[in-house]
Unconditional design. Structure first.
Ligand code: GTP
Length: 365
């Protein structure tokens, strides 16, 4: 603990560590220019929504474990005082994976309980409730667990009648329970210090199974509030729309929302339709007759007349020509989609690519 982080003798009740060092491969090409937690989501960097929830839970000291594009976090959030937080940044020379990143910030922590967050989860979990579960069970680690409809896509985490975690199971076609790791944990600080230092370590593959094998108390906390892993383009547009529609909780929204969030000096033609929780970035233009639904337009985007944009992300400065159709597509920064082109089914256009106005249909599947 450095002198500037600890003014009183008694340690704070809980501190937060947010893991933001991943490369965000699944969200490329959007993550070529910005790390995933900094992508504009309902008008602010995604991380702002998480930080607002941490502050609302009464936690003030936040340590960001950074690696990929490390410098942009501090450039934006500074010391955190604008948000009522004290934010510190710890950069990994080489990515240390999730548990390695937690271990790497251990010397910045002084509280007994450390709440660790994956930096790409949008969640309404009651953090006070999570801490109460941890403390009342005198747990070494407590995991937020969520019940999902499609557990076979994840590793699952069974618990016993007392809520103790009994195993960490790999993905299988026939998972025994529908509970999965929600990417938010409370660690006793000594457990953080017991993680091997200076090498990559995964929480799910090494730390948690190792704790179970050693007989540690690993507690599950099932919470059924809003939860979404924003790691894929489909999830990213859904989460952004849920924030704008008010389905996902946040105190960081930059303005009035509803069917759409229109930022700064964006222009929307009177006969264009922008709905379904879409965000229109500052300086963007949506021309006559265009229809934008459940989508995210970054800053400086132009959507041509009569174009259709559904559940898609359009990167900064990109242009979508008149009559083009984007459905479940990702268009990188500065790309140009020619008049009448159709992009569907998860197709991704790389930054600055110029798709000619030939009306061709492109599909990723
Ligand atoms: P993909 O490459 O698309 O899988 O995304 P990702 O790199 O973010 O990986 P993943 O979603 O598995 O990571 C979960 C969380 O841990 C995210 O918030 C990442 O930023 C973070 N994370 C992953 N690896 C590292 C790492 O090596 N160091 C740090 N500091 N954070 C990491």
């Amino acid at each position: 603990m450095t002198a500037d982080t600890q003014e009183s003798a008694s340690p704070p009740e809980a501190e937060a560590v947010v893991l933001v060092g991943g490369q965000g491969v699944r969200l490329r090409p959007l993550t070529l220019s910005a790390p995933k937690p900094m992508l504009p989501t309902a008008g602010v960097p995604f991380l702002s929504h998480l930080l607002s929830r941490i502050r609302a839970a009464g936690i003030e000291h936040v340590v960001l474990g950074t690696s990929y594009k490390a410098e942009v976090f501090e450039e934006h959030f500074g010391d955190g005082s604008d948000l009522g937080l004290h934010i510190e940044y710890v950069v990994e020379d080489e990515p240390l994976d999730t548990a390695g990143a937690i271990r790497n910030v251990a010397d910045r922590l002084s509280a007994e309980d450390v709440v660790v967050f994956n930096g790409d989860i949008l969640s309404g979990v009651d953090l006070g409730g999570l801490l109460r579960t941890h403390r009342s069970n005198r747990a070494d680690v407590t995991l937020h667990l969520v019940e999902v409809a499609d557990p076979h896509r994840f590793g699952c985490v069974p618990t016993d009648a007392d809520g103790r975690v009994t195993a960490f199971l790999e993905k299988t076609d026939d998972p025994p329970v529908d509970q999965i790791n929600a990417g938010c944990y409370v660690f006793r600080r000594e457990v953080v210090e017991s993680i091997p230092a200076g090498r990559p370590v995964s929480v799910e593959r090494e730390t948690f199974p190792g704790l179970l094998a050693a007989g540690a108390r690993v507690q599950g906390h099932v919470d059924s509030s809003y939860w979404l892993d924003m790691g894929t383009p489909a999830a990213f547009v859904r989460g952004s729309a849920d924030l704008v529609l008010g389905n996902a909780p946040s105190e960081a929204l930059p303005g009035p929302t509803g069917q759409a969030l229109v930022l700064g000096d964006a222009e929307i033609a009177p006969d264009a339709h922008v709905t379904g929780g879409s965000t229109v970035g500052a300086g963007s233009v949506v021309e006559s007759g265009a229809r934008v639904t459940g989508s995210v337009l970054f800053d400086g985007v132009r959507i041509g007349s009569g174009a259709v944009v559904e559940r898609s992300v359009v990167g900064a400065g990109a242009v979508v020509g008149p009559g083009a159709e984007l459905v479940d597509a990702v268009v990188g920064d500065g790309a140009r989609v020619g008049e009448g082109c159709e992009l569907r089914d998860g197709l991704r256009v790389w930054p600055e690519v110029d798709l000619p106005p030939n009306g061709v249909r492109f599909s990723a599947s």
